[in-house]
Design a protein around this ligand. Structure first.
Ligand SMILES: [Zn+2]
Length: 392
């Protein structure tokens, strides 16, 4: 796991301008030097020596919102409904491998039936399954009516919430994910947790060293969890100005998952969606883009997440999310930061990954071309390294 990449264009994930003709050295899986191209001596007889001319070196990308147990596809999240724990794990393993091969070296899994994502994350960490480094939420936790899925964990009161969170922590969860919003039949929304439970969720998770994420697709519930100190707002399709200002102040990260409606609208015709279904996706798109712009104007941090498996989006498609974020107002460099440094910060893994800096693990991708000219260059993967080991 020793490696020299010479004369490469470096985008290090910190958001600063690219560096040209840079030489990066990796020893024992760790980045040990970033500097001018000059003859370097490594204390190892065997290492890969790569001419990085015309290539760009970036941190491996990080999808902040996935559900590995689900394949995605037309049935979306429901594809997971009838699968046994064993099948869910097998699918999770194969989706993790697919994502890794596209240069995605880290991920947050924000909910899986039976909490299988925790097992999956442990198996990836142990090296028995190839995949992104996963920070896993285990089960989704909700008060009634956030999700209509039979496979989420339901709580009726504060005591039950306390018990469920303790159980998740005991099982090895890497973050706590709750549903924060519900929608009435007339389309209006409400907060599902109540301030007292929302605050308890955040306090319990933080005292265990974990971050919190909330499924937030309505104005009132989003405001409630942001006030309670939630670390990330997932989806955030309806965020008012007051909430966006508060998010900026508190450092709450928005994970806008714009791929959810983008993917659905792309397939609208081939799937034969009804007029009403298309209209409802268009409404989400409109709300999502407006909320996103509001958050950008307020200075909210954003992290890229596809919701792969939790909707029809497939795993390993983070570049499309970055494209949609750019269309909605991010600069290309901001989109890269949103898919590298910011999700690592959100997951609590920034000390190890997320940027290319001396002392960090060598989770790297080499792509042909310059992603700053065209973010689609991130699909031209030539090499993927994880902890300095060449994966592709
Ligand atoms: Zn999701």
């Amino acid at each position: 796991m020793h490696l020299i990449i010479r004369n490469v264009r470096l985008i290090d994930g910190t958001g600063r301008d690219p560096l040209l003709s840079i030489t990066v050295v990796v020893e024992n899986g760790v980045i040990t030097s970033i500097g001018d191209d000059k003859p370097l001596t490594l204390n190892h007889k065997h290492y890969e020596d790569i001419n990085g001319e015309d290539l760009t070196l970036l941190p491996g990308i990080f999808d902040a919102h996935e559900h590995f147990a689900g394949d995605g596809g037309k049935n979306g999240v429901w594809a997971m409904a009838d699968d046994s724990r064993e099948v869910l794990l097998a699918k999770g393993a194969s989706n993790a491998r697919r994502a890794l091969m596209t240069g995605q070296t880290s991920a947050r899994d924000v909910g899986s039936p039976h909490g299988v994502s925790i097992t999956l994350a442990q198996q990836v960490a142990s090296g028995s399954i190839p995949g992104p480094r996963i920070t896993a939420a285990g089960s989704w936790i909700q008060a009634p009516t956030t999700w209509p899925y039979p496979f989420v964990t339901m709580i009726e009161n504060k005591e039950e919430m306390r018990n469920v969170i303790n159980l998740q922590i005991e099982q090895g969860a890497g973050l706590i994910k709750v549903g924060a919003t519900g929608t009435y039949e007339d389309g209006s929304d409400y907060a599902t947790l109540g301030p007292e439970i929302a605050t308890m969720v955040v306090e319990m998770a933080h005292s265990a060293g974990l971050k919190t994420a909330a499924h937030s697709v309505g104005v009132a519930g989003t405001k409630e969890v942001v006030r309670a100190g939630i670390d990330s707002v997932e989806h955030g399709f309806f965020i008012d100005e007051e909430t966006s200002i508060l998010m900026a102040k508190k450092g709450t990260v928005l994970v806008p998952t714009m791929s959810t409606w983008d993917n659905r609208l792309q397939h609208a015709v081939s799937w034969g969606l009804t007029k009403d279904e298309i209209q409802s996706s268009e409404m989400r798109k409109e709300g999502s883009i407006q909320s996103f712009k509001r958050c950008l104007a307020s200075g909210v941090k954003v992290a890229a997440g596809t919701d792969a498996g939790g909707c029809p989006v497939r795993h390993g498609t983070l570049v499309r999310e970055m494209e949609v974020m750019i269309e909605a107002g991010l600069t290309t460099m901001q989109a890269i930061e949103a898919a590298t440094r910011t999700p690592a910060e959100l997951a609590g893994t920034l000390k190890d990954v997320g940027t290319i800096e001396v002392g960090k693990l060598a989770d790297l991708i080499l792509v042909d071309g310059d992603p700053l000219d065209d973010i689609g260059a991130l699909r031209n993967i030539w090499a993927v390294f994880q902890g300095g080991r060449r994966i592709r």
